[in-house]
Design a protein around this ligand. Structure first.
Ligand code: ADP
Length: 487
């Protein structure tokens, strides 16, 4: 079977290469984390399908490059509109595939996917310019030239939205693309490929290969025909990709994990602080940006944990398709076991689990309760490793210096949240935090023009606005002399 019917639409289970659907002999099974239901047997790429996709992208590159920002922008605008017209179906298939909340997909995630495509198309047309620099009469013209074939490797926690974050700037910059979505969530990438055809994007400009990370992903990142590799995922996988990329000196952009601090200063508004803390369980904790280490000033810690516990108890755990649900299942049995393993080892070490710490047996399957671990030991696994599940740790501090030391004490530097009632106090903290993004009295808001990425082991490079083009494009300086002209 080449297609599977999901949410009233036919999803093709084959790769999309050079404008055609291409099947592999081998397949892998896709199931829903909601109830284990079957969602298709997808083609499982090896080196030959990956090579065909890179060759197709390379062949399509000159024509796409020649279209220029405006020609490409027209097609990308159509693509963004098509995403908007299909928000409902995209939301439904994404929810079935990865268990994320249907209402969040409808209202936030899928509109943002469309916005990503539209924003970067527009940015390439209007914003990619510098004032020309002038030195001794010589004018330096800076341009952002298409670089070639970009390989995009994406995760399962927000599959389409995170893919468009890369597809948007890569295609707008004039690169052609080979996308390898995560093996646990192939559905929206396949549907998206159909939308690119409707948008008039020429064959070979956008390709999708389905497959397992260690097979298709590895073959893709080793390929000598790439000009860029952009990856969002875990640190161990990033190290493998960096080694593969080193062989061909392919530039990489990595957005990796986090163990972000969520700092509540003594002058914080506790209602706001606890509301924001509850948000750290969003997407069942499967968000790289989550502030999973809650650091609270000792003067307010009892009150904070009382209100936070009350609010967390009200979270409705269950089927992510229901409007009232706050938290759905974990993505996959393997990931569920990994989360449960972290918690079991913490318990063995005598950790104080204030609430949660176990599966929700009434729901069965992959539902893990929201969990809070109080005052874990410094340096313990639960406090230093990214769990990527609904497991938060809480510690107290007695002064700003201690808060900063604790906050900066992991190998990650993706994000941080600071809750404070005093501008100066908040600024004193933010100035000394090591993180790519810091939210003060808020969470998760970001203008697409602003940079996004991680410090330390949380990533290499930044996305957003011109930063994205600095990566996907070849930045060129053409220096023009004042003399030597005959016209
Ligand atoms: P997670 O641990 O969150 O599942 P991974 O980093 O393993 O994250 O996976 C993110 C993406 O990386 C997925 O698309 C996966 O298929 C891909 N991937 C996994 N291993 C490799 C690899 N060795 N080379 C390239 N891609 C890989």
């Amino acid at each position: 079977m080449d297609t599977v019917e999901i949410a009233g639409v036919l999803i093709d289970t084959r790769h999309y290469i050079d404008g055609h659907r291409v099947a592999s002999v081998e397949t892998f099974e896709n199931t829903s984390p909601i109830d284990g239901s079957f969602l298709g047997n997808f083609s499982r790429a090896g080196a030959s399908e990956v090579n065909a996709a890179v060759v197709a992208a390379k062949t399509a590159f000159p024509e796409w490059r020649e279209l220029g920002p405006r020609g490409r922008g027209d097609k990308l605008e159509k693509l963004a509109t098509l995403i908007e017209e299909n928000i409902e179906v995209l939301s439904q298939i994404e929810t079935l595939d990865n268990g994320s909340l249907l209402r969040s997909n409808r209202r936030g995630v899928m509109p943002r996917a469309a916005a990503n495509i539209r924003f970067f198309a527009d940015w390439a047309i209007k914003e990619l310019k510098h004032d020309a620099f002038e030195t001794r009469g010589h004018v330096n013209h800076i341009s952002w030239d298409p670089s070639g074939v970009a390989a995009l490797i994406t995760p399962w926690n927000a599959p389409l939205m995170l893919a468009t974050w890369k597809i948007g700037p890569a295609l707008a910059a004039g690169d052609t693309v080979v996308l390898k979505p995560a093996e646990w969530t192939p559905l929206t990438a396949s549907f998206f490929a159909d939308l690119t055809i409707k948008a008039g994007i020429p064959a070979g400009v956008f390709n999708v290969v389905f497959g397992i990370g260690t097979e298709a992903g590895a073959a893709l990142t080793q390929h000598p025909g790439l000009s860029r590799i952009s990856f969002t995922g875990s640190v161990p996988t990033a190290k493998k990709i960096a080694r593969a990329a080193a062989e061909n000196l392919t530039p990489v952009n990595f957005e990796l994990g986090g163990k972000s601090p969520f700092i509540v200063l003594g002058d914080a508004d506790l209602e706001l602080a606890t509301d924001l803390a509850v948000e750290q369980y969003d997407n069942a904790g499967q968000v790289c940006l989550s502030g999973t280490r809650i650091l609270v000033h000792e003067s307010i810690s009892n009150e904070f944990s009382r209100i936070f516990s009350e609010k967390t108890k009200k979270l409705i755990h269950g089927d992510p398709r229901n409007e009232s649900t706050n938290m759905g299942p974990q993505i996959h049995q393997d990931h569920f076991n990994r989360i449960a393993g972290f918690v079991a080892r913490a318990k063995d070490e005598g950790a104080n689990i204030v609430f949660g710490g176990s599966p929700n047996l009434e729901l069965g399957g992959l539902y893990f309760r929201p969990t809070l671990v109080m005052q874990p030991k410094n340096g313990s696994e639960i406090l230093t490793h990214e769990i990527f599940g609904p497991v938060l740790c809480m510690q107290t501090f007695s002064n700003d210096e201690e808060a900063l030391t604790m906050a900066n004490s992991t190998e990650f530097g993706l994000a941080a949240v600071v809750v404070s009632g005093n501008h100066e106090h908040a600024e004193k903290i933010t100035k000394n935090l090591v993180a790519g993004t810091i939210w003060v009295n808020c969470f998760f808001v970001r203008d697409l023009k602003a940079p996004f990425g991680g410090s330390k082991k949380s990533g290499i490079g930044r996305d957003g606005g011109t930063w994205s083009f600095d990566f996907y494009a070849d930045v060129k300086n053409t220096v023009i002399a004042p003399n030597g002209w005959k016209d």
